[in-house]
Design a protein around this ligand. Structure first.
Ligand SMILES: [Zn+2]
Length: 455
């Protein structure tokens, strides 16, 4: 699944405007709390659907000094929760994975510009503070049909980026705001003065609803303890990715490491051909990945690509990687999602494995097994008995660095399947995170059981 910290990408609209530090400080200390849903394409629990609704919860603290803190929690199918904390000020920001499964004990850094933009975007969720936080507010020509009730205005947001608002002339309240490709629609204002805010905020990108917030609260804080903005303990700065490369993980079994996205493709080389497991999106990297695979197994073609499931981040690179005659294997109804995302040509070369299937690479046989899950109904795992490697996607992930985290429902589903079918892999590989072990999978399930007991 995609990592969706609450950072909307507005960088396409970034300008070189200089923002003075007096501008950065907001008029007051406030805390924002929002509950609602986010919407994501190509991440649904079944290939029958394209979009998925993601329950989401955001808490933001904006300090007068320019310091800020943003907590986000989002739930994907299979009970998989992303829980991130971003803490920053005008020098930069750091983002922490509070559940320790995605980026583990490593934190990501935003530079001063990125931090300022993140902070500026928070004000679009507090329309009564939006214009106060911005600068250079100017009336625009309002289209005639709107003139009776509304006034259009332009301004620069806190990061100096151009934005516009529509103001209700009667109430003086902001009805909508536009920033880069995002449109915010505000309705149902409640509260007094500084804590007054829209209870309903819809966020659209290119006309599509991407977030719908219903329970919105603003609290004014007289004072903020500086401890609020201290980094959580036990984390370290993320290690460098290194160059894009092939790592051997077992006999004739390889993983692509060092991609900018942090995602991994795996492949097994037989006497005759190659099988590839998942083809995550590698923007501008897929050509290099293709030649890395060819250099590892000169003269051999890719006979199979196995998709663990059809979420976009697991299949996006297939069109460029597939060769003439490559067979794609997906789970039940997966062809629907492939047609939608990858088109006719790849779909014509795709088969659905609705029962265990063996693929033969010449002296090397891989079992492809359907294991329907709450994350994706078409889920497949692949097992290479020779190297005892289990290929899977999104059932289970260990971060690159950090201990076994508390598991999710999906971890238990995988554990149950492995136990029932007496599969004991030496290693479990995943698109996200490090090569892990059966023991680590068991630990995550044990921790999940303990957590459930506490509740
Ligand atoms: Zn997924």
């Amino acid at each position: 699944m995609h990592s969706i910290k609450y950072v909307y990408s507005l960088s396409a609209f970034a300008t070189a405007l200089v923002v003075s530090t007096t501008q950065i400080a907001a008029a007051q200390n406030v805390q924002l709390s929002l509950q609602g849903q986010r919407f994501s394409a190509h991440q649904a629990a079944t290939p029958l659907e394209s979009n998925v609704t993601i329950p989401a919860n955001v808490k933001i603290t904006l300090g007068q000094s320019g310091a800020f803190k943003q907590y986000t929690s989002t739930f994907f199918p299979g009970d998989i929760e992303f829980r991130f904390l971003t803490v920053g000020d005008h020098n930069g920001a750091a983002s922490f994975d509070l559940l320790g499964w995605r980026t583990g004990v490593e934190y990501d850094v935003l530079d001063a510009k990125g931090a300022l933009e993140t902070r500026a975007e928070a004000y679009f969720l507090a329309p009564n503070l939006l214009l106060k936080a911005g600068t250079n507010r100017q009336a625009m020509t309002t289209p005639p049909e709107w003139q009776a009730n509304y006034q259009f205005e332009s301004f620069l947001d806190q990061a100096g980026r151009p934005a516009t608002v529509v103001i209700d002339k009667r109430t003086g309240e902001v009805v909508s705001a536009r920033s880069a490709n995002l449109l915010y629609e505000y309705q149902n204002y409640l509260g007094d003065k500084s804590t007054r805010t829209a209870q309903s905020i819809k966020v659209k990108a290119g006309g599509n609803l991407v977030a719908d917030w219903q329970a919105v609260q603003i609290t004014e804080l007289v004072e903020i303890n500086e401890q609020e903005f201290v980094h959580p303990k036990g984390y370290q700065k993320r290690q460098a990715l290194g160059t894009l490369r092939v790592e051997k993980i077992a006999d004739n079994t390889y993983r692509i490491d060092g991609s900018v996205s942090g995602y991994h493709t795996h492949f097994v080389v037989g006497e005759k051909s190659i099988a590839v497991f998942d083809t995550p999106i590698f923007p501008n990297e897929i050509t290099r990945v293709k030649s890395l695979i060819q250099d590892t197994a000169p003269g051999k073609s890719i006979s199979h690509i196995v998709f663990s499931h059809t979420h976009r981040d697991h299949i996006g690179g297939a069109a460029q990687l597939a060769q003439e005659g490559t067979q794609i294997i997906t789970g039940k109804e997966g062809k629907l999602a492939i047609l939608r995302q990858l088109g006719d040509k790849l779909n014509a070369n795709t088969i659905e494995a609705i029962s265990p299937t063996t693929i033969d690479l010449g002296g090397r046989q891989i079992q492809v097994i359907p294991v329907p899950s709450s994350h994706a109904s078409e889920m497949l795992i692949a097992y290479d008995r020779q190297s005892k490697t289990l290929f899977q996607g999104d059932f289970f992930m260990m971060p690159d660095l950090g201990p076994a985290p508390v598991g999710f429902t999906v971890n238990r589903e995988l554990m149950r399947h492995l136990t029932a079918s007496a599969l004991v892999p030496d290693r479990i590989v995943s698109v996200h995170g490090r090569v892990s072990t059966m023991q680590e999978l068991m630990q995550t399930v044990t921790l999940l059981d303990a957590e459930k007991k506490k509740k």
